[in-house]
Design a protein around this ligand. Structure first.
Ligand SMILES: Nc1ncnc2c1ncn2[C@@H]1O[C@H](COP(=O)(O)OP(=O)(O)OP(=O)(O)O)[C@@H](O)[C@H]1O
Ligand SMILES: O=C(O)c1ccc[n+]([C@@H]2O[C@H](COP(=O)([O-])O)[C@@H](O)[C@H]2O)c1
Length: 191
């Protein structure tokens, strides 16, 4: 079966933290592909700073164009909001019976998974690849065998920080990607 890493996120905008991590999962954790699943609306996040989903999808497409193992998955665009991950996973399994799905998840998110819709079911029914985040440890957690802890390198940059800097007139082609920065400028995003 094809091993697919699913990387869920708002990607508002996508940045090198996301890209480097997904790259690591393909090269070191035996993922044949990583799919970036762009979520129209995270159930836990405010929609205040959130730009429209089609811009976020376009930026992911631009950022990943150079690497054959990356794909954008826009299935959540046609699903109800907020974007509950269990619903997306169920749909993806129905459509792609030839793929094994591995959820790529930060140590911050795995600590909160019990608050997600059907979080316990996600934990037991899916393979999960957990990567370290600063200030979050998984040492004390009792995790099922379906959860694998990886040692992916951490690049602590955030979309929030990037949005703020762009608002202040900064050009950040290497924290996002040159093509993404160009798209942001052309479409006057995050001004
Ligand atoms: N620097 C990073 N390195 C690795 N993973 C990250 C990084 N930043 C965010 N992530 C993870 O990537 C997924 C998608 O991230 P998201 O789109 O929320 O970016 P973000 O930078 O955390 O955004 P925001 O600052 O708007 O909350 C989330 O699971 C998040 O935990
Ligand atoms: O399903 C849930 O209950 C749930 C709760 C919180 C977050 N999520 C998903 O987790 C992903 C990470 O979100 P974000 O905004 O931090 O990039 C995104 O796809 C959200 O829809 C999902």
């Amino acid at each position: 079966m094809k091993q697919i890493g699913l990387f869920f996120g708002s990607f508002n905008p996508i940045h090198i933290g996301h890209l480097a991590l997904a790259n690591y999962m393909c090269e070191f954790e035996e993922m044949d592909e990583v799919w970036f699943v762009v979520s129209p609306q995270n159930p836990f996040k405010s929609s205040l700073d959130l730009i429209s989903t089609h811009h976020r999808i376009k930026m992911v497409e631009l950022a990943i164009a150079q690497y054959a193992n990356f794909q954008v998955e826009d299935i959540e665009s046609s699903m109800p909001v907020p974007s509950y991950t269990i619903n997306t996973l169920t749909e993806l399994r129905k459509i792609h019976s030839d793929c094994e799905f591995n959820i790529i998840m930060g140590a911050d998110n795995i600590q909160n998974i019990h608050r997600w819709k059907d979080g316990d079911r996600i934990l037991t029914d899916y393979c999960i690849l957990v990567y370290p985040r600063l200030r979050y440890s998984t040492d004390h957690m009792q995790l099922p065998l379906s959860v694998r802890i990886t040692e992916a390198p951490n690049i602590e940059v955030s979309s929030t920080q990037i949005r703020e800097w762009i608002k202040n007139g900064k050009q950040l082609p290497f924290l996002t990607s040159p093509a993404v920065m160009n798209y942001i400028n052309t479409n006057h995003l995050y001004q």
